[in-house]
Design a protein around this ligand. Structure first.
Ligand code: NAD
Length: 240
């Protein structure tokens, strides 16, 4: 069982959903949250990406997201993203559901993308939800309507998921005869439940694998971009 199995399953599948996490973007130099490299000033980002930090420690919250918004400007989707675009164009992939907030699947050109945790590329007032610009957020302005603090349109720990993206993701996962999970620790609930909702085959591509992942039909230990590239070569070869 290997990347060749993945390529064969992909070619034989009628409905495939890709489910990605922060590990999909580390090869684009965006740190994940789990590994030590992802820590910021020795603070676990998971303690800042919270409603508690937004409400009680806005200075820290704003500084952290300013760093993330600015950091994103230096990064772009790596070739693994382009492979997913190509697979969608060729009818091999029907949907991408992601926990990432970097907007890279959409930036790369995928069409059927569901961002379960929102996007760091748009902003609103934390109190009245008025839409604001990135510049207003970075300048740490207050909302012109109600004076509230400004925030990115992401889902913080402690907030619910956008219903439309969540429901569409469930529909795709249930219809899928193949679900490919890439670069996620599967520690963030409820997104972590998605791979359990399919009757199709499940593949887990991740840098680290442990006993949590034993339920997958196929586990491929490796870097997202490298595994996708190997799989793509085999897909091309097997497809003639
Ligand atoms: P996580 O940090 O908990 O886990 C990432 C997983 O990816 C780890 O198991 C790690 O071993 C693996 N990984 C790292 N680099 C990899 C690579 N090159 N190839 C394959 N695997 C790799 O991330 P998560 O499970 O997505 O959950 C964290 C939460 O943080 C999510 O809600 C997400 O919204 C948010 N987040 C998003 C971004 C982003 O948008 N790029 C970045 C950091 C965190």
């Amino acid at each position: 069982m290997s990347v060749r199995t993945l390529a064969t399953w992909l070619l034989n599948s009628k409905h495939t959903t890709i489910f990605t996490g922060a590990g999909m973007s580390t090869e684009s130099n965006i740190p994940d949250f789990r590994s030590k490299d992802g820590w910021w000033r020795n603070i676990d980002p998971r303690t800042v990406a919270t409603t508690t930090a937004l409400q009680n420690n806005f200075d820290l919250f704003h500084e952290f997201y300013t760093m993330r918004v600015q950091g994103l400007k230096q990064c772009s989707p790596h070739p693994g993203y382009w492979i997913l675009v190509d697979w969608e164009k060729r009818g091999l992939v029907q949907a991408i559901t992601t926990q990432n907030v970097d907007g890279f699947h959409i930036a790369a050109g995928n069409q059927e993308v569901y961002e379960l945790h929102g996007s760091i590329r748009s902003f609103r007032c934390a109190s009245c939800s008025w839409e604001v610009t990135e510049e207003q957020f970075l300048n740490k302005e207050s909302c012109k309507h109600c004076g509230g603090n400004l925030r990115p349109n992401i889902v913080l720990f402690g907030e619910g998921l956008p219903e439309d993206s969540w429901n569409a993701s469930i529909l795709h996962i249930r219809r899928s005869d193949l679900v490919i999970v890439i670069g996620t620790s599967l520690e963030v609930y409820p997104a972590s439940e998605l791979p359990n909702m399919t009757n199709g085959k499940t593949v887990y591509i991740n840098f680290e694998v442990d006993q949590h992942n034993r339920n997958f039909d196929l586990i491929i230990k490796g870097k997202a971009g490298e595994v996708l590239s190997q799989a793509n070569e085999l897909v091309k070869k097997l497809n003639g």
